[in-house]
Ligand binder design. Structure first.
Ligand SMILES: [Zn+2]
Length: 403
């Protein structure tokens, strides 16, 4: 069995070892070493990256069958005696987030009575799911303040192995299922948190640098807490500072006035949109007025067909159709061409004519199958159609009406 040296030393990034088995994992070469500092994916913490000799370590994983650590490589060309290098930036990021999670989980218990149910660490971010459905901003601020106090007090972080019997007598936050006779590895943040964990940790809490909760979202009966530690928290701060700087420049205001400026703009936009809607309606009603003398008699009703070509919406067509049908015994057959051609039929001529049926009968002329309506009003379309296609549809509807 190979020796897992990271259990007692998170800091060594260069070591010598002997290859004791050569194998494959998912079609790639893999080796087992007599001793290794490489951390394999486990306990919610991702694996280390680095090199073995000239080969890149692509993955480090625990083989289910016998629990040995497999180093998955990009090349099988590795000597029997090999030097391993671990990517320290990645390892340190994991150290900061893993230990940061221990502190945050304990702080959520102490300051908000919300124990952690699960933990996820990835390149996209880190989250814990806590057993709570709602937390106030003040509660989260209290949790964060406590967590960062523990970081700034630079408390020692110690690991030790104990028997299951001893573990059961200790106030351990989380104890996974252990087979009798196996040892439990404990991570002890002095006078703050004691838990079972196999991950990599710093010697003192100060190395975490900073713990920042970035988001809270409801997940079924739990809250998912996103958080960042150390360098990732600083990078996130840089990014957000840049966003604020860009906004203050574009809006020509100070950071403290940003919210007020945006709220004022939203209010102005709302008023302008309302004015615009009213003006547009007035314009369309005026347009309808110019069409009043273009109705043609067809039996006992007056019929109008008209093609709109200025990207009018179906709401615009409805406004025109409704205005023109304020007079009785009229049928209005109108449409728009373009990317989303639409037909709109409206009648004030009673139940003798059915606009829905009339419209469905000509939809294929504009290449659409989507539409329908009641006897007095119908609409349909949504596909691209040119002026001639829409005109054909309108003329065809008029001809059907004459039948
Ligand atoms: Zn841990």
């Amino acid at each position: 069995m190979s020796e897992r040296l990271y259990y007692s030393d998170s800091y060594t990034t260069q070591f010598e070892a002997k290859v004791i088995e050569r194998t494959e994992h998912d079609g790639k070469p893999a080796v087992v070493l007599d001793r290794s500092f490489f951390y394999p994916t486990s306990g919610g913490q991702p694996h280390d990256l680095g090199t073995l000799g000239d080969a890149a370590v692509l993955d480090v994983t625990v083989r289910k069958a016998d629990g040995v650590v497999l180093h998955v490589l990009d090349s099988a060309d590795v000597p029997d005696s090999v030097v391993g290098h671990i990517d320290w930036n990645r390892r340190f990021d994991h150290i900061q987030h893993h230990c940061g999670q221990h502190i945050l989980s304990r702080a959520f218990i102490d300051a908000a009575d919300a124990p952690t149910m699960s933990f996820h660490m990835g390149t996209d971010g880190c989250t814990i799911d806590i057993n709570a459905t709602e937390l106030s901003a003040e509660q989260v601020a209290k949790v964060e303040a406590l967590a960062n106090q523990i970081v700034q007090e630079n408390r020692p972080v110690e690991t030790r192995q104990v028997t299951l019997e001893e573990a059961q007598s200790l106030p351990i936050r989380k104890l996974p299922p252990i087979a009798p006779g196996e040892l439990v590895r404990l991570v002890d943040i002095t006078d703050f948190d004691l838990t079972a964990c196999g991950g990599t940790h710093p010697a003192r809490t100060g190395e975490i640098g900073l713990i920042k909760v970035t988001r809270l979202e409801r997940r079924k009966k739990m809250l998912r807490v996103s958080f960042l530690c150390g360098m990732r928290a600083i990078q996130d701060f840089d990014h957000k500072l840049k966003v604020v700087h860009d906004l203050t420049r574009v809006l020509s205001t100070g950071a403290d006035n940003l919210l007020g400026s945006v709220e004022k703009m939203q209010e102005e936009t709302k008023l302008m949109s309302r004015d615009l809607r009213l003006l547009r309606k007035e314009k369309l009603v005026a347009l309808a007025e110019t069409l009043q003398d273009q109705f043609e008699s067809l039996g006992n009703v007056s019929v109008l067909t008209h093609l709109f070509t200025n990207n009018e919406t179906v709401d615009d067509l409805r406004t025109v159709g409704t205005a023109l049908c304020e007079t009785e015994n009229r049928i209005v057959l109108i449409g728009t061409s373009g990317e989303q051609a639409m037909l709109f039929f409206r009648s004030s001529a009673g139940d003798e004519y059915h606009m829905g049926n009339l419209l469905r009968g000509v939809l294929e002329k504009i290449g659409s199958k989507s539409g329908g309506g009641r006897s007095d009003q119908a609409q349909g379309g949504g596909q691209r159609a040119n002026d001639q296609n829409v005109l054909d549809a309108l003329q065809s509807a008029k001809a059907n009406l004459a039948k």
